[in-house]
Design a protein around this ligand. Sequence first.
Ligand SMILES: Cc1cc2nc3c(=O)[nH]c(=O)nc-3n(C[C@H](O)[C@H](O)[C@H](O)COP(=O)(O)OP(=O)(O)OC[C@H]3O[C@@H](n4cnc5c(N)ncnc54)[C@H](O)[C@@H]3O)c2cc1C
Length: 292
Amino acid sequence: MTLFDGLNATVKTDEPMAKHTWFRLGGPAEYFVIPETRTDLVEVVKRCNENDMPMYVLGSGANLLVADSGVKGVVIHLGGKEFKEMTFQDDTLTAGAGVDMGKLVLQCVRQGYSGLQGLTGIPGTVGGCVRMNAGGAFGDIGSVIESVTVMNRNGEIFERLREDLAFAYRSSNISSKFIIGASFLLIEDDPHRILKEVKQIWIYKKNSQPLSHRNAGCVFRNPRGMSAGALIDKAGMKGKRVGGAHVSDKHANFILADKGATGFDVLKLIDMIRDAVAKEFGVNLEKEIEVW
Ligand SMILES: Cc1cc2nc3c(=O)[nH]c(=O)nc-3n(C[C@H](O)[C@H](O)[C@H](O)COP(=O)(O)OP(=O)(O)OC[C@H]3O[C@@H](n4cnc5c(N)ncnc54)[C@H](O)[C@@H]3O)c2cc1C
């Protein structure tokens, strides 16, 4: 009898997290669970609580560094069927937490709805992007959210409406453990015009970010009124290397993982960058990426 017997969910033990992060780094998760439906998720959470197992929620791992020692506890990925559904009703798009952001943007183009194209080129799931209020120079996801469906650690599900949500730079006031879906209020628009915008943003991203290497996007948050990338660059850290990890020459706030890199290499490089920026400018950089 194991922890998750009889559940309508994919359950794996000692699952390498390197398979589930954009860095392609990270040791094994003690349990890796993909519930099919909300009801199954409630049951997974119940079993975790009964057995005092820590829970970790995984999207597409685009903002995540997992330690080489792996994760003690249960990694829950909302990749089951019910979490991958998306539906348009007039100008409102509702999507499950597991929907891929790129697919969502393309679907909006096809249906002729404007609002999410600013997220072009940002990898992630709806759940992860809402959690992080993903975005940048072309807008963030929070600005078009109509409501978010969340679930707390006790398995209770709530609807949070726009008027009681607050989104800020890479953060929000959503504290519930699970985001299980979101609705977006969009504007009807010409598909050709939206596609043109998508292409322009994509070209900008390709030119400014080192997309051909394994990475997890910006490692540090921009301190108020400053660019973390510029500080790292001016502190002389561009190109610095620890083992298989190095600071990108193209964008100094990106750490790239080469063949043979370990989570330890990335963590060590993060410490070195922080020390260098603190020493040079007296600024303490805060991590944007999550470390498990
Ligand atoms: C090449 C590249 C470029 C990037 N560019 C940008 C950019 O321009 N702007 C930007 O904002 N980000 C950027 N990122 C970072 C990343 O795309 C975003 O942070 C994105 O929101 C991560 O989504 P995810 O599903 O992969 O989340 P994950 O990395 O899996 O998780 C991130 C956090 O969200 C939590 N989480 C995930 N799913 C859920 C859920 N369903 N419920 C509750 N919590 C959840 C996790 O527990 C974790 O705390 C970039 C990353 C890469 C690799």
